[in-house]
Design a protein around this ligand. Structure first.
Ligand SMILES: NC(=O)c1ccc[n+]([C@@H]2O[C@H](COP(=O)([O-])OP(=O)(O)OC[C@H]3O[C@@H](n4cnc5c(N)ncnc54)[C@H](O)[C@@H]3O)[C@@H](O)[C@H]2O)c1
Length: 326
């Protein structure tokens, strides 16, 4: 890594900072000397996700509130825009998704246009690729938006590129692949598969796999995702660009379940159920050469190590919970 992550004396607005990736990013910005403002409407997030030793300002509100967004962006040097309605809500109600994922992003960009020194990073998703024609997927792959969620994430990106080209707004888009790791709350029905599998195995239950389990994804450990996001936020070389962020490793759901079983010392029993309407992507792994060569970032955490850390965190969190109940 060449770009040093240093936010000393800088103010950073983190939208969606009370969700899963957001609190990990808040931690990293705080540790790098930054002052953080979190904007979150607590739709799925909770302030408990943000470490209690971090000093930050919390604003409960929505990115759909243009006036509020304008005021907050006017107070900061950087914006990490992570607030989004997730794929499950989006599939149920595409209007909610439209208002937040597209309308909210437009509000951030309009505010950034008024504050030309502000640098923005927008968190997009590898879901914009649909079923890609070739693997590993390059950023130049033609997007195939198979879900309302992927439509809105791509629209957000397109607005970012347009605002860079038209108004010179300093903005980069990062396409996350499946992120997993600490602070991914299995109690949240929208959380990812890693936390769900850990929870099931811990309870001695079979893990539920939608379809045959041979579908693949590129699982990325959250601190790697956060580091890449912050490098894109800090670097002028990222302006106007789109970057894949992944581990660059293709893993099937069945292999993932085995790895989690191994880390927890549990035998894995699989319960196959029907595919869901959001599981229509067969294979996914990202080519991460662009961010590696342009921003000098590469992932540090293997799947085995990431799962080990996640399981360790899960066990500590469970212990703390049972102690606080006692
Ligand atoms: N986690 C992943 O695997 C993954 C993969 C691809 C892309 N992403 C993108 O990364 C970002 C962060 O993902 P995450 O997993 O932390 O999501 P998350 O759902 O855990 O967190 C999103 C946060 O945004 C908040 N929010 C939702 N609507 C809002 C609104 N209108 N105004 C303000 N806050 C609002 C929620 O309360 C929540 O705290 C999102 O933009 C998501 O689309 C995540």
């Amino acid at each position: 890594m060449i770009t040093e992550i240093n936010f000393k004396g800088k103010r950073v607005l983190v939208t969606g900072g009370a969700g899963f990736v957001g609190p990990n990013l808040v931690r990293a910005v705080f540790d790098a000397g930054g002052q953080v403002i979190v904007l979150d409407d607590l739709f799925t997030g909770t302030r408990d996700n943000i470490d209690s030793d971090i000093e930050y300002e919390f604003v409960e509100g929505s990115v759909t509130d243009q006036k509020l967004v304008g005021e907050l962006v006017g107070r900061v040097d950087y914006v990490a825009h992570m607030a989004a309605r997730n794929i499950i809500i989006s599939t149920k109600d595409p209007r909610e998704d439209y208002a937040t994922n597209i309308g909210g992003t437009l509000n951030i960009l309009l505010a950034a246009r008024e504050n030309p020194d502000v640098r923005v990073v927008y968190t997009s998703s590898a879901s914009v690729y649909g079923n890609p024609r070739s693997l590993p997927i390059l950023e130049d792959e033609t997007p195939l938006t198979f879900s309302p969620y992927s439509v809105s994430k791509l629209a957000g990106e397109n607005y970012c590129t347009a605002f860079y080209e038209t108004y010179g707004v300093k903005v980069a888009s990062v396409r996350y692949s499946n992120v997993y790791g600490i602070k991914q709350d299995p109690a949240n029905p929208y959380c990812g598969v890693v936390s769900k599998f850990i929870e099931a195995l811990d309870a001695g239950k079979p893990v539920t796999v939608h379809g045959d389990g041979l579908q693949t994804r590129d699982y990325t450990y959250v601190t790697d995702t956060v580091e890449a996001t912050l490098i894109a936020l800090l670097s002028a070389k990222a302006d106007g660009m789109v970057f894949n962020i992944g581990a660059g490793v293709e893993t099937s759901v069945l292999t993932l379940a085995e790895e989690i079983g191994l880390a927890m010392g549990k035998k894995v029993e699989i319960r196959h159920v029907d595919r869901r309407d959001i599981d229509n992507i067969r294979r996914r792994v990202l080519n991460i050469e662009r961010i590696r060569s342009r921003l000098r970032w590469q992932p540090q955490t293997t799947l085995r190590e990431g799962i080990r850390r996640t399981v360790e965190w899960w066990e500590k969190a469970k212990q703390a919970q049972s102690q606080s109940r006692a």
